[in-house]
Ligand binder design. Structure first.
Ligand SMILES: CC(C)(COP(=O)(O)OP(=O)(O)OC[C@H]1O[C@@H](n2cnc3c(N)ncnc32)[C@H](O)[C@@H]1OP(=O)(O)O)[C@@H](O)C(=O)NCCC(=O)NCCS
Length: 172
């Protein structure tokens, strides 16, 4: 498996994987309308193009030249209840692995790779948000050393539809 920085040529393939995995993960806890709304704003080709323009970084995991997972990094720009990030902190902007490849250590390898990049390595703390009902991801983060530090409203179509747990891992 190879992990490399996202290029503009790969955005379409990345968006396809992100959308498919998002639907598989959240179809039990959201309506189709809510999922479509979030996909448009966070997992569409235009959304990823905008994130790159905004300075977010993405790394893709490839097997036989096909994208099987990705991890993103962003400035922590969310407001939450609980501990708030500072300018010395960074945040995860999604980690998604193709369902076919779950439980093979790809998620952990993507996380290790991200924490080895200067953006995360030099951060004081790394934050992330995870949907409260997404137990596999929540446990994955806990096992990786993240701790719950707050909560965050999930908004779709202008309405609060649930709560994300905010987690943080301190760099020591
Ligand atoms: C969360 C997610 C990224 C984890 O990816 P993954 O590649 O399955 O993660 P890993 O394989 O590294 O680890 C997952 C589990 O598999 C186990 N595992 C790793 N390699 C294994 C192997 N060879 N055999 C059996 N189990 C293994 C790990 O111990 C780990 O278990 P744990 O979390 O209880 O410690 C993945 O489940 C995913 O993409 N989910 C859908 C999208 C999502 O929810 N993203 C997060 C949104 S906030």
């Amino acid at each position: 498996m190879l992990i490399e920085k996202l290029t503009t040529q790969d955005i379409e393939e990345l968006a396809t994987l992100a959308q498919k995995t998002y639907r598989q993960t959240f179809s039990h806890s959201m309506t189709i309308k809510e999922i479509d709304d979030i996909i448009l704003s966070t997992k569409s080709v235009d959304a990823f193009k905008q994130f790159l323009k905004d300075g977010d970084d993405f790394f893709v995991a490839k097997k036989a030249r096909k994208i099987i997972g990705y991890i993103g990094m962003q400035k922590p720009n969310f407001k939450m209840s609980g501990r708030n990030p500072t300018s010395k902190d960074q945040a995860l902007k999604g980690i998604y692995v193709d369902k076919k490849y779950h439980h093979q250590g790809i998620g952990r390898q993507l996380m290790d790779y991200a924490f080895d990049q200067p953006r995360f390595k030099q951060a004081e703390n790394v934050y992330l948000c995870v949907w409260e009902e997404n137990k596999p991801a929540y446990n994955f983060y806990l096992n990786y050393g993240f701790k719950k530090v707050g909560t965050y409203d999930v908004i779709a179509n202008g309405k609060v539809i649930g709560t994300d747990q905010v987690m943080m891992k301190a760099n020591s």
